[in-house]
Design a protein around this ligand. Sequence first.
Ligand code: CA
Length: 319
Amino acid sequence: MSTFQHIKPAGKAQFKDRYTTKAAELLTPWEEGKKGDIAIIGAPLSKPSISHSGASFAPDAIRRCLNSFTTYNIERGTDLAEVDARKAIIDFGDISMHPTSIEESHQRIYESTKAATSTKAAPFTIILGGDHSITTSTVKAIKETKGTVGIIQFDAHHDLRNTEDGGPTNGTPFRRLIEEGYIKGEQLIQIGIRNYANAKAYHDYAIEKGVTVYTMEDVRQPNSSITELIQHALSQLQDKVDTIYLSVDMDVLDQAYAPGCPAISPGGMHPDMLTEAVQVALKHPKVHSMDIVEIDPTLDIRDMTSRIAASLILETLIK
Ligand code: CA
């Protein structure tokens, strides 16, 4: 009998059930020529945040949370690890950030997102933030690889702040996209915008530029579902753009479900509603990419917010 039979490699799971596959086992490091069902790339940048944020730790936390899920979907009767139909998440790893220059970090996010999507390693790409400032860079990259971009933004905030007061912060990504000419206002649909979380000047700016804004009250209308709202948003964008990008700021969720977001507040969405919205959007043939931003794992409780992000990644594998 071997003396080492009870020793396992450090960092591996304590227990392995022969019939259970963990979702993290679907992660496959990218190599030239490797293809998968979705691709992920981490953009661990939170220095441009206007409040304290450790969102740079989120890509690792979200990947780790994939260990908390199995690959079996009981309701659909499907297994993502099914023999002969096993799904693969191509993992490009994380973009290395400049230690002090935010502009240089944004440039690296743009270049790396462009490089990753240009490989065509997967038909769907997820960028894991980081704070919301990354979205200007990722959308610029997507525009160059896939053509004109329509955006469905899930967020408590407009993120249309002026740049004179603070430069390219996490409050400005969509304003920068509009002002720098990468999108027109009519190519942006904001969902979940919340009371007492924005300034009137930025709502006025949104309306003036032709941005479509759905507040939480619009989302909660008893006579129309989130499915109908998203279908309407998709039909509004589909003829104007070549590709549709989902930008998921986790602070669109109510503070009860997203304790890891720096800008939590009451009156937000339930995670089931966000999941339904993403599921509906994923069915559209022009939806090719998504970001998940604004999770600070150092503020989170038992990775609750990162776990929701991990579950959204699993939804994209069903696309
Ligand atoms: Ca935001």
